[in-house]
Design a protein around this ligand. Structure first.
Ligand code: SF4
Ligand code: SF4
Length: 414
C-alpha cells in the first residue's frame, strides 16, 4: 500500500525554463527542516573547539595524498598535473575578490531574483541565499574573511553524469576536477555581475575555502546531509561541486527544507554497505550540535588517497543516480529504495583491483590504511625522531645531512 504523504516540496528545474520538480515526502520520513540540531551546542563547540580546514589541520595526510597521486598511472599523473596548473590562476583570483570595489551604484532594490537568474544562466544547477554563519569560520581564516558581507550565495554545479558513473577512475576525476576548472570562469562572471549591481563580494571555493559549505547550503534549502557525509541536493544528490559568494547585496534568504533525507538514509544505507574503506557509520550520533552519521577519517582518507579520490559513496547514492523525486516516488509506492541491490547502482571497480558487485567488498592489507595524521611539520618531527633513534649507534650515518634534510622539510611544510 502506498505511503501516506506528509508534505510536498517544489523546486525549480535544473536549467532556466525547465519544469519545476515536485517531491513527495512521506510521513514516515519527516523529521526536521535542514538537519536536527541544538543551536547552543553548535555555539559551544565552535567557540571552544573552532573548526579548522583539513589543509591546515591534516596537512600531513594531504601531503600523503599528493604523494600517492604522483605514484598513480601515467594518465592519472598527467591529469593531476594539468589540473593543479589550471587551478593556480583561478585560486589567485578567488583570493583577491574581497579587495574588489563595486563598479556601479546600487538601486536599493532586492536583487535576489536577478542573481539567481544570472547564476542559472551561467550553468549552476542550484542557487540559494542565506546568512553566513560565522560560527563555522575556520580558525586560520578569521583574519582573512571580510566581516562586513553578511550574506552568502550558495551555488552547486553538477558534474558530468556519464563520467561520474565510472567512479573511481581518471574519467571521474576529470568530471570532478573539470567542474572546478569550469566553475572558475563562472565565478568571475558572477562576481562581475554582483559588482555591477553595486555590491561587494568575496568568493570562496571551489578550492579556496573559509568554512565548510554544507551547513550554509542546508540553511539555504538546497538539500540535506546524507549518511555519506555529503550534501544531497534534490536534482543531483552529491554529484555536484559547491561554492559560495559572500556579499552585502540586498537579498532575501531561503529557508531550510525537510526533504525526508535525514530519515531516508537510515532506510537506504547503500553507501554505508558499499564503502570500500568501511568508513561510514550506520547509526547517527550527536556531534558538535548536529545529529548525523559520522565518517571515519582514518578509514576513508587512505582509500581516497590511493584510489583516485574514491567517491564510491557518491556513485552508489540513488539520490545522485536517479534524482530525489524518482527515489521518493518509488519509496512512496513500494516502501523500497530505488536501485538498491542492483549492479547498476551498487557495482564499482577499484583501479588496480577488481569489480565489486552488490554484497562484495574489496579487502586491503593493514599497510594500505597507513596515513600520517596531523600537521606536516609535526609529522616530520616524529619521522626525524624515529630515524635518529634507529640510527643512533650507527657511525656510518651522516647526522649533519639528516639535520639538513629535516630543516629543509620543515621549511617546505611551513
Ligand atoms: S570516499 Fe570511499 S572510502 Fe571514503 S567514505 Fe566514501 S566510499 Fe568510503
Ligand atoms: S546512499 Fe542512501 S544512505 Fe547513503 S547518502 Fe545516499 S540516500 Fe543516504
Amino acid at each position: 500500500m502506498p505511503k501516506e504523504i506528509g508534505h510536498y516540496v517544489t523546486r525549480p528545474g535544473r536549467r532556466l525554463g525547465d519544469a519545476e520538480v515536485t517531491i513527495p515526502v512521506p510521513k514516515d520520513l519527516e523529521t526536521a527542516p535542514g538537519i536536527p540540531s541544538r543551536d547552543e551546542d553548535i555555539s559551544f563547540y565552535t567557540r571552544e573547539y573552532p573548526l579548522e580546514s583539513l589543509a591546515v589541520e591534516e596537512s600531513a595526510a594531504l601531503d600523503h595524498m599528493l604523494d600517492q597521486q604522483k605514484r598513480g598511472s601515467p594518465e592519472a599523473v598527467k591529469h593531476y598535473e594539468a589540473h593543479h596548473k589550471a587551478m593556480e590562476p583561478l585560486d589567485q583570483y578567488v583570493r583577491e575578490t574581497g579587495t574588489l570595489e563595486p563598479t556601479a551604484e546600487p538601486t536599493g532594490d532586492d536583487v535576489t531574483d536577478a542573481i539567481r537568474r544570472k547564476a542559472k544562466e551561467l550553468g549552476y544547477g542550484e542557487v540559494g541565499f542565506t546568512r553566513f554563519d560565522h560560527r563555522y569560520l575556520y580558525l586560520s581564516q578569521k583574519r582573512v574573511l571580510r566581516y562586513d558581507l553578511p550574506h552568502v550565495i550558495c551555488l552547486a554545479y553538477e558534474q558530468d553524469y556519464e563520467k561520474t558513473q565510472a567512479t573511481p577512475s581518471v574519467q571521474s576525476e576529470e568530471a570532478h576536477n573539470g567542474s572546478y576548472e569550469r566553475m572558475g570562469a563562472l565565478t568571475r562572471e558572477l562576481v562581475e555581475f554582483v559588482r555591477a549591481l553595486g555590491y561587494h563580494v568575496q568568493a570562496t571555493g571551489p578550492s579556496v575555502n573559509y568554512s565548510p559549505s554544507i551547513p550554509m547550503f542546508v540553511n539555504a534549502g538546497l538539500g540535506q546531509l546524507g549518511a555519506n557525509g555529503q550534501l544531497l541536493s534534490p536534482l543531483f544528490g552529491s554529484w555536484s561541486r559547491l561554492q559560495m559568494i559572500h556579499t552585502d547585496a540586498k537579498v532575501t534568504y531561503d529557508e531550510p527544507v525537510d526533504y525526508g533525507i535525514h530519515a531516508l538514509c537510515q532506510v537506504c544505507q547503500v553507501c554505508v554497505k558499499r564503502c570500500p574503506g568501511r568508513a561510514l557509520m550506520r547509526e547517527k550520533v550527536w556531534y558538535r550540535g548536529v545529529e548525523k552519521n559520522p565518517v571515519s577519517f582514518d578509514r576513508c582518507h587512505p582509500i581516497v588517497s590511493k584510489y583516485l579520490s574514491c567517491g564510491v559513496c557518491m556513485k552508489v547514492c540513488p539520490i545522485g543516480a536517479y534524482g530525489m523525486k524518482a527515489v521518493m516516488d518509488h519509496y512512496v509506492q513500494t516502501g523500497e529504495i530505488l536501485g538498491k541491490g542492483t549492479h547498476d547502482l551498487e557495482g564499482y571497480s577499484l583501479p588496480g583491483k577488481d569489480y565489486y558487485g552488490p554484497d562484495e567488498l574489496p579487502r586491503f592489507t593493514e599497510e594500505e590504511f597507513y596515513m600520517p595524521r596531523g600537521k606536516s611539520e609535526d609529522w616530520i618531527l616524529i619521522e626525524f625522531r624515529n630515524k635518529l633513534m634507529a640510527t643512533k649507534d650507527d657511525p656510518t650515518v651522516d647526522k649533519d645531512a639528516m639535520w639538513d634534510e629535516f630543516q629543509e622539510k620543515v621549511e617546505s611544510a611551513i
